[in-house]
Design a binder for this molecule. Structure first.
Ligand SMILES: *Cc1c(COP(=O)(O)O)cnc(C)c1O
Length: 434
């Protein structure tokens, strides 16, 4: 399988190059040359496959021999280490829980798989690969956990001092081993600028093998298509059409769903759910795509005004509005509506949704008003305890923090302190890895 850039469809790279590079030079996004159809017998017999076996079949087909089967099985087995259970709220509403990983959000799937693939492609190199990541909080936790103890790879995470939550900081700074945190006296933009400058610095790139764990790396998208199959497997078989409802920000999760459908999963429709940052629903409803600065909301992981993965969706449907709106419906909701939905789900079903999942729930309800009879699966993208105390205040109830996160409070923070200037960071990198 070869990959092209959405900005140049006649130039191809290998899976290895797409994964290790992350971004093509032309600033497009890597896409697989074609998306293969899985055998009908596989889709009909999903119940006979474990989650890991589903992942293996999807990759085997998509990567088409780029990785030998026993190595590929190893990669999938090490990435898919926690379940993605479906919880039934009522006969037409199902919740796909994607928060059972170490950082309590779906981003764990992508981060772990990317770490395994990078480690695989880096094997045989005698020099370690140093991954630089700037984070405003959430992605860093998933990446840190994903790369933790991965052979041949060191991870350096830069985060803005005082601007991430207490537990987020613990997630970044308590792992140790191959994960190093740098607390930058500055903003997230300063952290990002430091990383960008490092990649442009010839002294650094000559003596250290640098790479990034970019959020638009194709390796993060692929495992996200596994759980659409895994969810479908868990639904009771009947004749009703299945729709997936995806709380969206950069639209990686939704794009992975479209991949699953192209591979043969019988999905009737995808529903793009957003908060007030409604660039994509607006496009679906009017045909006009106008990216703009984001507005802060309660579901802040979806505060995106210019969704980075939407170029992949446009590419899949040859940028034709008609094709896209036949596959995807879009709805957006404000914070007041989101809170009301959280209370409704809690009162009716005794189920605690986080604000992101609640936006998805609202969009499913809206869709079902227009199209009765569909069986809807809402992706619950994070555990509600990630958004304390907000969730507790909205629901007037206490939310238990899962053990794996709670234990971090006791662990000691270890971070290097640096300013926003480039030179000290450069010297630190050269001393540590040069
Ligand atoms: C990242 C994130 C999203 C948005 O996912 P995209 O793939 O960027 O659309 C939604 N919810 C949570 C909790 C997230 O962390």
């Amino acid at each position: 399988m070869r990959f092209y850039s959405t900005k140049n469809k006649s130039k191809f790279v290998s899976l290895q190059e797409a994964v290790l590079k992350g971004l093509p030079e032309d600033n497009g996004l890597y896409m697989p040359e074609s998306i293969p159809q899985l055998p009908e017998s596989f889709v009909k017999n999903l119940k006979n496959y474990s989650f890991q076996e589903i992942g293996f079949e999807v990759c085997k087909s998509l990567f088409d021999g780029a990785i030998p089967e026993n190595d590929l099985w190893d990669i999938v087995e090490k990435s898919i280490t926690f379940p993605a259970p479906v919880v039934k709220l009522d006969d037409q509403t199902y919740i796909l829980e994607l928060f059972h990983g170490p950082s309590l959000a779906f981003k764990d799937f992508g981060a772990r798989f990317m770490a395994q693939l990078m480690s695989y492609f880096n094997r045989g190199e005698d020099k370690e690969l140093v991954i630089l990541v700037a984070t405003s909080g959430d992605t860093g936790g998933a990446v840190a956990a994903g790369f933790y103890k991965t052979p041949g790879i060191r991870v350096v995470i830069l985060y803005p001092s005082g601007k991430v939550s207490h537990l987020q900081e613990k997630q970044l700074t308590t792992l140790g081993e191959n994960v190093t945190a740098i607390e930058v006296a500055g903003t997230f933009d300063d952290c990002q600028a430091l990383v960008k400058q490092a990649f442009l610095d010839e002294d650094l790139t000559r003596s250290i093998r640098l790479s990034s764990a970019n959020s638009i790396n194709i390796a993060r998208l692929v495992p996200q298509s596994f759980y659409y199959f895994e969810a479908y497997k868990q639904l009771e078989a009947d004749e009703r059409p299945v729709v997936f409802c995806i709380p969206s920000g950069n639209f990686g999760n939704l794009t992975a769903g479209l991949f699953a459908k192209k591979m043969g999963l019988p999905v009737h429709r995808f529903i793009a759910a957003t908060n007030a940052n409604d660039v994509v629903p607006e496009y679906l409803n009017t045909g006009i795509y106008s990216p703009r600065p984001s507005t802060p909301t309660l579901s802040n992981a979806m505060d995106v005004g210019n969704p980075s993965n939407f170029a992949r969706t446009l590419d899949l449907y040859r940028s034709t509005w008609n094709n896209i709106k036949n596959e995807i419906s879009g709805y957006s909701f404000n914070d007041a509506e989101t809170k009301t939905a959280m209370r409704e789900v809690f009162q009716k079903h005794n189920y605690i949704m986080d604000p992101h999942g609640a936006v998805g729930y609202l969009a499913l309800r809206q869709f079902q008003r227009e199209y009765a009879g569909a069986k809807g699966v809402v992706l619950e993208t994070a555990h509600p305890s990630k958004f304390l105390p907000g969730v507790e205040a909205i629901l007037q109830t206490s939310v238990a923090v899962p053990e794996r996160l709670a234990v971090l409070s006791q662990k000691e923070k270890q971070a290097w302190q640096l300013g926003a200037a480039f030179h000290p960071f450069k010297s630190w990198l050269l001393e540590s890895f040069g």
